[in-house]
Design a protein around this ligand. Sequence first.
Ligand SMILES: C[S@@+](CC[C@H](N)C(=O)[O-])C[C@H]1O[C@@H](n2cnc3c(N)ncnc32)[C@H](O)[C@@H]1O
Length: 312
Amino acid sequence: MLSSDRGNLESCRRLIGEGDLVIVYERHDAMKAITVKGGAEIQNRYGVFKHSDWIGKPFGSKVLSNKGQFIYILAPTPELWTLVLNHRTQILYIADISFVISFLEIVPGSVVLESGTGSGSLTTSLARAVAPFGHVYTFDFHEQRAASAREDFQRTGLNQFITVDVRDIQGEGFPEKFSGKADSVFLDLPQPWLAIPSAGKMLTSDGVLCSFSPCIEQVQRSCEAMAAEFTDVRTFEVLLRTYEVRDVKLGDLSSCGTRSFGKLPCKRKQRFLNEEHGDETMEEVPTSVMAKPCQETRGHTGFLTFARLRCL
Ligand SMILES: C[S@@+](CC[C@H](N)C(=O)[O-])C[C@H]1O[C@@H](n2cnc3c(N)ncnc32)[C@H](O)[C@@H]1O
């Protein structure tokens, strides 16, 4: 179960049990979600790990394989879930997600309408933000995607905060029963301008709409559609720059690339083999802490256009 509300945050502090969803963390770029089953085991480059060894340990524990090597067993937060979920579509990542949640002013108790559901990456974070009193109603016209998203929300334990329905939002708009009831609406659709009049109808007075589009032409058409009923229309592009921080031997600095900076001299103990005597000694070698932008940093994902419903 994900840490979705105060109660579930508590559940992340409790001990791992049979049937819990955990994130197996090998490295920042090698993680997967696993359901703990007493008799099961996983095998990877570090050896064989028995699930039964994890039961009774706190989330975040370091656990050992048959070879004595380790991995971490983490609580499945929405931030980690976004990194391990099954990609059935393009998804929103954490930089865009956090910006969306802030600018849509989503708080516990909010009612949020979303379309399309896609792989449920954004929906998962929306659900944690509205919990424990609010609800996310999410719509996708693709039946299989909606069904898979429902299964995922069941697995992560967030299904109590999410309702998934199959509906063509560009063609039919959101259901009438939500008229004037949504605190915020989020659109990730190919032709969002077709759904904007309906989004306006669903929002409470001064509610906020956000539309995510990869192309600027989509943004232009959406802004035109927003002009009729919305105010404070603003478009953002969120560019996240991740840094790699490493401890390197001073002689190896050139291998870190010319863009490296932020050197903090320090000393690290290193094991040396004494060739003459064949024994090992520990010596201190000068090292530096290097920080440099990660090569794999994601560039453009899309544009986020926010607009507030004009009060009458
Ligand atoms: C890029 S995905 C959304 C990804 C999602 N934001 C996430 O973070 O996982 C876009 C989704 O919109 C759905 N979609 C496209 N046109 C639609 C329409 N007219 N009505 C409802 N859903 C639609 C697609 O089936 C697809 O699943």
